[in-house]
Design a binder for this molecule. Structure first.
Ligand SMILES: [Fe+2]
Length: 209
């Protein structure tokens, strides 16, 4: 019994170290994306909580959010921060980031928490109507945590100020979630998100001011 507890404890510590190291690597490559992931992590956790998911799923939502854009580590700065529309080649590379993130995590998939969040990392750009990527999954065949991350990711991306554009007000992002409920987003989770008014982290408030 004691051995089992110690093993579980050491697995938890290893998981934390893996996530910490990967986030730090992403931050060294692109601080804005890493900060975005940190905010999405908090918001995904809060949405999971608002929707009554188990404590274990709330933790998975937190790390799914933290790691969702890990694959952007494979994109050059010229693509990540391009102040214009991406060309076809750049778009293709950008659309590869969810699968690339999953690929980076794969060597750590013996760790339960890593294994649990890999589908969310791979599928966070799927759409509820099946028109997303990379797997063209639809409805509830999209992993649950991917459906949660899709909502909070969109709100953060829309409200985030970049070097080349000012972030939109939170109310505009909320309206977009309502407008795209059932097409881009899981309508049930969009409703839960909007009912809980989302979880506004400090950075959001600063950006919305
Ligand atoms: Fe993404």
């Amino acid at each position: 019994m004691l051995f089992k507890v110690m093993l579980l404890e050491s697995t938890r510590v290893t998981e934390q170290r893996v996530f910490h190291t990967l986030w730090e690597a992403l931050a060294a490559h692109d601080r804005m994306t890493a900060d975005h992931c940190r905010r999405v992590s908090v918001a995904a956790f809060e949405l999971a909580k608002a929707g009554g998911l188990s404590a274990a799923l709330q933790i998975e939502a937190r790390y799914a959010g933290l790691m969702h854009d890990l694959g952007k580590i494979g994109l050059p700065e010229s693509v990540l921060n391009k102040p214009a529309r991406l060309d076809a080649f750049e778009s293709k590379r950008m659309m590869g980031h969810p699968a690339w993130g999953e690929h980076i995590l794969k060597p750590f998939s013996h760790l339960p928490l890593v294994l649990a969040i890999m589908p969310a990392v791979r599928n966070h750009h799927e759409r509820f109507d099946g028109a997303g990527y990379p797997d063209l999954s639809a409805g509830e065949s999209i992993p649950l945590l991917a459906r949660l991350v899709a909502i909070v990711d969109t709100v953060d991306a829309m409200t985030q100020t970049r070097a080349y554009r000012k972030g939109l007000p939170l109310e505009v992002a909320y309206a977009e979630i309502a407008r795209c409920a059932g097409s881009q987003f899981d309508p049930k989770w969009a409703e839960i998100y909007l009912a809980s008014k989302g979880y506004i982290v400090e950075d959001d408030l600063a950006r919305a001011a």
